[in-house]
Write a new protein. Structure first.
Length: 445
């Protein structure tokens, strides 16, 4: 017999912990036998029960060995339906956010601020996909007063699905840029895909927080006729919150104004990168909207320490590293390169790795980044990866090292080169796509 969502939910209320990995079974949990590219977790259902799971949710009747094995049509759909049902029982604000860049940093900032006043739950790490979002929703219990849910996507209709599960009452798109171009089918596809959050807020009468300085987001908002809109930006006209950078050397200090009270404050952050101004202003705006005190907002901003190699400052014996190698796309590359160009430092170095998932745009986008890097006032530029090598050759650059630039085909080649020619007394930006694994370079500095 097929188990219904309602029956599954009653069992979930008795066993409110979800497991998806038999190596980490929580005693008394519900095990969901999700399929992967190379495995079928139905085969691990018996192992999960033996390890202490109360029930195993499966979609292959061959593995149903008793009452503890709950048969459904599709395990992933059952997990998503369970989360959707659970969300409907929660009467709390849920802030959903997506965007090309800055999602995780902004989510962490919002959670840091809101948790100064509310008991919050937020997406852990970057578990922001069709599995991570339902798992996060299912960790929200009746003691929580607010939630912050990050939603990622690499093709259209994904945000629509994640909104149907998380049902955000409030939403934020950080920005729309050049990422996952292959899956989205170009920048217009990215815009349409990210805009699915605005579509959901429109039909559910939710509140959208929109960067009034961002022409693309304002156009997207206007095209949908969104009415419940709260603006933030660098000017005080129509924005609930406005602000500017007053120091960036390399950590940011902001001055911000609550335009409803006309009070202005300074806040020191542990973030680097002028591009984080928008993320911080969005967070402050949400704090003001939810009626946190200015002191609570500042404390939440000041106490947030970046991790996971996103805009993370690492001080070594002889260098200052800006570790930003969690991911990369043309939009984030441009702003990161721009930022180091503006920093005050004795000696500045760019180390840039290939950008993945660029599809047909790979050649032109890598050439554009090289051009941007060559036009930025830094002392040394190191490009790593086959795409950068190809682009460099196309642009007529010699691939042999010069004083201002070096091309390496692989990270291994770069490691050998940097060991032979160590960099000292410099501020170094390390940025590339996750697959380049540029964290291997850090120990060289």
């Amino acid at each position: 017999m097929i188990t219904t969502t309602e029956h599954l939910y009653q069992l979930f209320l008795q066993h409110p912990v979800i497991s998806t990995d038999t190596r980490k079974i929580a005693p008394g949990s519900l095990f969901f036998a999700l399929k992967g590219d190379k495995f079928d977790a139905n085969t691990f259902a018996k192992q999960a029960i033996e390890a202490g799971a109360a029930y195993a949710v499966i979609d292959n009747s061959s593995y149903q060995l008793g009452d503890q094995y709950l048969l459904v049509d599709d395990v992933l759909a059952a997990l998503q339906d369970l989360a959707r049902h659970h969300r409907r029982q929660l009467n709390i604000p849920v802030v959903g956010l997506t965007g090309t860049n800055g999602k995780t940093t902004t989510k962490e900032l919002i959670n840091s601020v809101l948790s100064q006043h509310f008991k919050t739950q937020a997406t852990q790490g970057n578990l922001n996909n069709h599995i991570g979002v339902p798992l996060t929703i299912l960790t929200i219990d009746k003691t929580h007063q607010a939630a912050v849910i990050e939603m990622g996507a690499n093709h259209q209709k994904e945000i629509e699905l994640l909104c149907s599960i998380s049902q955000p009452s409030h939403g934020l798109i950080t920005n729309v840029g050049k990422a996952h171009l292959e899956g989205f089918g170009g920048v217009e596809g990215v815009k349409k895909g990210k805009g699915e959050l605005y579509d959901y807020l429109k039909q559910s009468a939710g509140v959208a927080f929109v960067n009034g300085d961002n022409t693309t987001l304002m156009e997207m908002k206007n095209a949908r006729g969104l009415s419940n809109v709260i603006l933030y930006g660098t000017s005080d006209s129509e924005n609930l919150v406005s602000g500017k950078i007053i120091d960036n050397s390399p950590l940011l200090t902001l001055q911000w104004t609550n335009n409803s009270s006309s009070k202005t404050h300074n806040v020191k952050t542990q973030l680097t990168g002028a591009y984080n101004l928008d993320n911080i202003l969005a967070t402050i705006c949400i704090g003001v909207y939810f009626k946190l005190s200015d002191e609570e907002i500042n404390k939440g901003i000041e106490s947030y320490q970046p991790k996971n190699n996103r805009s993370q400052i690492v001080q070594t014996a002889s260098n200052t590293l800006i570790c930003d190698y969690y991911n990369a796309n043309p939009s984030s590359m441009f702003v990161a390169v721009e930022n180091i160009g503006k920093l005050t430092a004795n000696r500045k170095v760019l180390i840039l790795g290939d950008m993945f998932e660029m599809g047909d745009e790979a050649a032109v986008e890598h050439e554009a980044v090289i051009k941007k890097a060559m036009g930025t006032p830094v002392d040394e530029r190191i490009f790593i990866g086959k795409e950068f090598q190809k682009a460099g050759l196309t642009m007529g650059y010699e691939l042999s090292a010069t004083n201002s630039k070096t091309f390496y085909a692989t990270a291994e080649d770069a490691i050998a080169g940097l060991k032979a020619n160590p960099i000292k007394n410099s501020t170094i930006l390390i940025k590339g796509s996750r697959g380049m694994a540029l964290e291997r370079l850090v120990e060289l500095f």
